[in-house]
Design a protein around this ligand. Structure first.
Ligand code: PEP
Ligand code: MG
Length: 580
């Protein structure tokens, strides 16, 4: 039966493919139906995996006799879970009743248990959900027959490009694993327009939809799906006529995309010869080729926290240095803006990491980003030293996330000076004049921007967070995604104020939030005075095509008039006129 689901399109275009259902905690789990005669075999497979993991834990306990007591305690808790009927018996019932594979049954039960743990008032008990997830992951790895993040299993002859991933949500760790794959699309039940899931979709340039609410419950593995990322629509089991229509539109979009490639070498300049700089946002060193391919003039935002979100420990100085060096060398002389870790919000630290317990219940307003870095001086020094060391290989700029207070800048500059002086003491070369910039992501920072302009070399406006905090909407919550509005007059006022104040004192300012990559907003931003844009590599050429057709002298007065409006309908109308 054909039916349609509606969500929030976060990455445009059309994908057509077969559904691959994935679980929330472990990317590699798919939902398979097994033949009745295979049920006993599946149960035996499940029991064997539990047994192996139990003996692994036992062996671990024996070999770590003198290790700190927390390690022993953690092994005991995991062993205890493996003896609990909730985790050992319930999945067996699910395998029998639903005739599904052991991995899927186990993850269903895990999610049920995680939900129960989340209800606990007591923080210690609540945290035990991470132990459940970890122990389940061990068993899943055993079931899949290999120790590390698995390659996803698909039917014979079906390549990743033919698959649409259907998930409840994707964790930032899943997001990293995704980068090595080439799926047609992904759709999720939860997530907002600027959640990490959405950002990833755009960075991979695959059509995607979030906030579908119950896609995972309604879609079955292997069903044919059309994903219209522009309109936020998923058509499940389309009839042949609909399929043909979408196939045609898909071909058209691909043709237009390939035409855009011709713009790669074109100078990024408006009709009236105003130079516009187009930079790339990246998450990992592996994103550099895409940035170069799109003709980026440099990296405007390197989200360094992605370097270790899929693991429990922090990378040491050498590992970070190698990663930063790889990016700066890869960019061959073009500037690279490295943002210090923005951890503690949606980009949570893995359970088990030393910083895990610092994340509170309201993380977006808690100790995240620079606040966390300043409270962890050793971690911060390690990162600053690694960035400084890499700065001798090219042009690196340092960017500080989530600043609100002058003293945070002062403390950051002092920490940087400390890192510099330790390197000088060791006679290690670095760029003494490294530029330091701050992100304007908190309304307080946009309003009191003078503080920032006086202390820093450049600014970058993070509109994803700026909108979240201005409109008081959680950017990863699909229930308030409808309230996310880049055209809200308050957002426009803060943006316009920040840009004009920076211009007055001649301090470079860029926008690196998702707004910068939205071609519908290019003229508006140009008219507001923006000259430096930073976005996913996949968006650069389309934005460039808008820049090439814009005339700053013409759009500026129109935008000035627009900024005096505060009626949403009138603002939309004015934007349409501006883009006409
Ligand atoms: C932003 O907030 O706009 C931004 C660019 O940073 P992030 O999306 O990583 O929070
Ligand atoms: Mg941000």
């Amino acid at each position: 039966m054909s039916f349609t689901l509606h969500g929030l399109g976060v990455s445009g275009g059309i994908a057509i493919g077969r559904a691959l259902l994935m679980s929330h905690a472990t990317l590699e789990v798919s939902h398979l139906t097994i033949a009745p005669r295979m049920v006993e075999k599946e149960l035996a497979r499940f029991d064997a995996a539990i047994k192996v993991v139990k003996s692994e834990l036992l062996a671990m306990k024996e070999t770590t006799g003198d290790a700190p007591s927390e390690l022993g305690a953690f092994i005991d808790i995991h062993t205890m879970f493996l003896e609990d009927p909730e985790l050992v018996e319930k999945p067996r019932e699910i395998i029998r009743e639903r005739r599904c594979n052991a991995e899927w049954a186990l993850v269903q039960q895990m999610e049920h248990l995680v939900a129960q743990f989340e209800q606990f008032e007591d923080a210690y008990l609540r945290e035990r959900k991470f132990d459940v997830v970890q122990v389940v992951e061990r068993v899943i790895k055993e079931l899949l027959g290999h120790p590390s993040r698995a390659v996803m299993k698909t039917a014979k002859g079906v390549t990743e490009e033919m698959l649409v991933v259907v998930a409840h949500d994707l964790s930032p760790a899943d997001v990293i694993a995704f980068k090595d794959h080439h799926f047609a699309s992904f759709v999720t039940d939860v997530g907002g327009a600027t959640s990490h899931t959405a950002i990833l979709a755009r960075s991979m340039a695959i059509p995607s939809i979030v906030g579908l609410e119950n896609a995972r419950a309604l879609i079955r593995d292997g069903e044919l799906l059309i994903v219209d990322g522009t309109r936020g629509v998923v058509v499940v089991n389309p009839d042949p006529r609909v399929l043909e229509e979408y196939q045609l539109r898909k071909d058209q979009i691909e043709l237009e995309k390939s035409k855009l490639k011709r713009l790669k070498g074109a100078k990024s300049q408006t009709i009236d010869a105003v130079d516009i700089q187009l930079f790339a946002n990246i998450e990992l060193p592996g994103d550099v080729p895409a940035a170069l391919e799109a003709g980026a003039e440099g990296i405007g935002l390197f989200r360094t926290e992605f370097l270790f979100l899929d693991r429990g420990d922090m990378p040491d100085e050498k590992e970070q240095y190698e990663a930063y060096k790889k990016v700066v060398k890869g960019m061959a002389g073009r500037p690279v803006t490295i943002r210090t870790f923005d951890l503690g919000n949606d980009k949570d630290i893995n359970p088990g990491s030393t910083l895990g317990d610092r994340v509170k219940t309201n993380p977006a307003l808690g100790r995240r980003a620079i606040r966390l870095s300043l409270s962890e001086p050793r971690m911060f020094q390690t990162q600053l030293r690694a960035i400084l060391r890499a700065s001798r290989h090219g042009k690196i700029k340092l960017l500080i996330p989530m600043l609100a207070h002058a003293h945070e800048i002062d403390q950051t500059l002092a920490a940087l000076e400390q890192a510099k002086s330790s390197l000088r003491g060791e006679k290690v070369a670095f760029d003494e004049d490294i530029e330091v910039g701050g992100m304007i992501e908190i309304p307080a920072a946009a309003l009191a921007i003078g503080l920032f302009l006086r202390r820093l070399d450049f600014l970058s406006i993070g509109t994803n967070d700026l909108i979240q905090y201005t409109l008081a909407i959680d950017r990863s919550d699909e229930q308030v995604a409808n309230l996310y509005d880049p055209l809200h007059p308050a957002v426009l006022m803060l943006l316009a104020h920040s840009l004009s104040m920076a211009e007055k004192v001649n301090i470079p300012v860029s926008v690196c939030g998702e707004l910068a990559g939205d071609p519908q907003l290019t003229r508006l931003l140009l008219g507001m005075g923006l000259r430096i844009f930073s976005m996913h590599p996949s968006q650069i050429l389309e934005v460039k095509s808008k820049v090439l057709k814009a005339n700053v002298a013409e759009v500026t007065p129109h935008v000035r008039r627009m900024l005096r409006l505060d009626e949403p309908g009138k603002l939309r109308e004015a934007l349409d006129k501006l883009n006409a």
